[in-house]
Design a protein. Structure first.
Length: 498
């Protein structure tokens, strides 16, 4: 096993000079490759939610595994700094009293709307039939079985054309009035307001209540909680949470009716986080991580992706032409897609690569753009991932979020709610066909993904190179059959079809 895996460290797309990486080190690595003239070269991109230390530790293991496949390897290590989200921030949010109160309130009105939609049109009445909180809490406690007694599939998809049209104006007003007058929610908001108001040391704060902190977005709080009034007393309807709850309920109902949900329990949690906690759950960090990938392909000499492309081109011009396999795990697949586009622009007409994507967290939009521009550069492509039944129980935060990281990325971190991801089996069938899903159709229609073994969803045993036994998003290296499949594909001769 190599003592020192070939790692290039990047920060915001640039060489991480503070930790020993620069263009000179990359040139040294490729000079060694040119001298040894290996038959195979692996460029490995780890997931986006992995620390530098863990990425290097994984590289130490994988360099040896790839060597057994007759390949040299280079690892691009890029820091994202969001490893604490699932393990720390989500449980903190879940424990907040305001989150629990909002969770119950949203669940009440979502169920009421679904029940109303399931009634005959002439028997629906003007308002929403809201159940008691204790009854709704029992539904919440059922987790994945929440609302399983409601035949939601009988509601026609066109009953909610978009989130804003999922509720009538009367229903929106009913929810808003109910929320703005709810004593529990008002009490929690008063406590949050007290924490935000300047107070003398030892004072209880505005409204003479004990202050409470929250991870809710500052921008949202600024809209919900007005400045502390004269005398520090808030009125009965001072707070403006109702409009936010209306939007959350409408979005959940729309997703459920359109079959774009992740189950009622998860979907409600996702939409609350999207509306009220988006910064705390890491959306800005996820967006920044994707931006850093784009930054890597800038014009400056310290842009790691651009420098990598230059070295690959120089290697080929020197007559050294190993079979190149791009391996991308999780958000590393986004890096692979961007690299493919950059290679297409610079390489000679005969240049081709093989691609193995493992639980790819890239959207179909990202991959479609790469394949539309540079699809002819791809000799082989295979997607490995967890089957949906396993994906749904690979809990990243226990009962707080009892599904996989890819579900969380799709439901919370991406700009589009329920964003179709290449690494999730659920997006390869209904309802993700037809109008609005052209990029999904484009990717599925590519010749390199047309074969029966193009996708390996665990648990599956097809043949060498197409076996997958992943049961956790981050544990693929320990999944023996999956790792063996990757090694088998790397070892195949470059011109051989997968």
């Amino acid at each position: 096993m190599p003592d020192d895996p070939a790692c290039i460290l990047l920060r915001d797309g640039r060489f991480d000079a503070a930790n020993g990486s620069d263009a000179g080190k990359l040139k040294e690595l490729f000079a060694g490759i040119a001298k040894r003239r290996p038959a195979r070269l692996v460029l490995h991109f780890h997931g986006g939610l992995v620390s530098r230390q863990n990425a290097i530790a994984d590289a130490q293991i994988l360099a040896g595994e790839y060597q057994q496949s007759g390949a040299e390897s280079i690892f691009l290590v890029w820091e994202s700094g969001v490893t604490e989200i699932a393990s720390q921030k989500l449980p903190q949010i879940f424990r907040e009293d305001i989150f629990q109160a909002v969770h119950v309130k949203v669940s009440q009105f979502v169920k009421a709307k679904l029940q109303k939609m399931l009634r005959p049109e002439g028997a629906r009445g003007p308002g929403l039939p809201v159940e008691f909180e204790a009854t709704i809490q029992k539904d919440i406690d059922r987790r994945s079985a929440m609302f399983s007694d409601l035949p939601i599939g009988e509601i026609p998809p066109d009953a909610a054309p978009d989130p804003d049209a999922a509720l009538t104006e009367d229903e929106k007003q009913q929810i808003e009035n109910n929320v703005d007058r709810d004593p529990t929610l008002n009490g929690e908001l008063r406590a949050i307001a007290a924490a935000r108001a300047p107070a003398e040391p030892g004072a209880r704060g505005a409204d003479d209540v004990a202050p409470k902190s929250t991870l809710m977005d500052e921008e949202v709080l600024a809209k919900i909680i007005p400045p502390v009034p004269e005398g520090g007393k808030f009125g009965v309807t001072t707070f403006l949470l109702g409009k936010h709850i209306v939007w959350i309920v409408g979005a959940v109902v729309w997703r459920l009716v359109k079959r774009r949900d992740h189950g009622p329990y998860l979907t409600i949690i996702e939409e609350i986080m999207r509306e009220l906690y988006v910064r705390a759950v890491g959306r800005s960090l996820w967006t920044g991580m994707k931006d850093s990938i784009e930054h890597a392909f800038g014009f400056e000499p310290d842009c790691g992706g651009t420098a990598l492309v230059g070295e690959i081109k120089a290697l080929r011009e020197a007559g050294v032409r190993p079979s190149i396999t791009l391996v991308g795990h999780s958000a590393g697949a986004i890096y692979v897609a961007r690299l493919l586009r950059a290679l297409h622009e610079k390489m000679d007409d005969d240049f081709r690569v093989n691609i193995a994507l493992i639980a790819p967290a890239c959207t179909f939009a990202d991959l479609a753009r790469a394949l539309e521009q540079a699809g002819k550069r791809v000799r082989n492509l295979r997607v490995f991932g967890m089957g949906d039944a396993i994906e749904r129980v690979d809990a990243i935060a226990g009962v707080v979020y009892p599904a996989s990281l890819l579900y969380f990325v799709s439901g919370v971190l991406e700009d589009e709610r329920d964003a179709p991801l290449v690494g999730m089996e659920r997006y390869y069938s209904e309802p993700y066909v037809g109008d609005g899903f052209g990029q999904v159709a484009f990717v599925k229609g590519q010749k390199v993904l047309a074969g029966p073994l193009a996708y390996a969803w665990s648990e599956v045993s097809e043949r060498e190179g197409a076996n997958c036994d992943m049961t956790s998003h981050g544990g693929w290296i320990s999944a023996a059959a999956t790792l063996a499949s990757i090694k088998f594909l790397i070892h195949k001769d470059g011109d051989d079809a997968w």
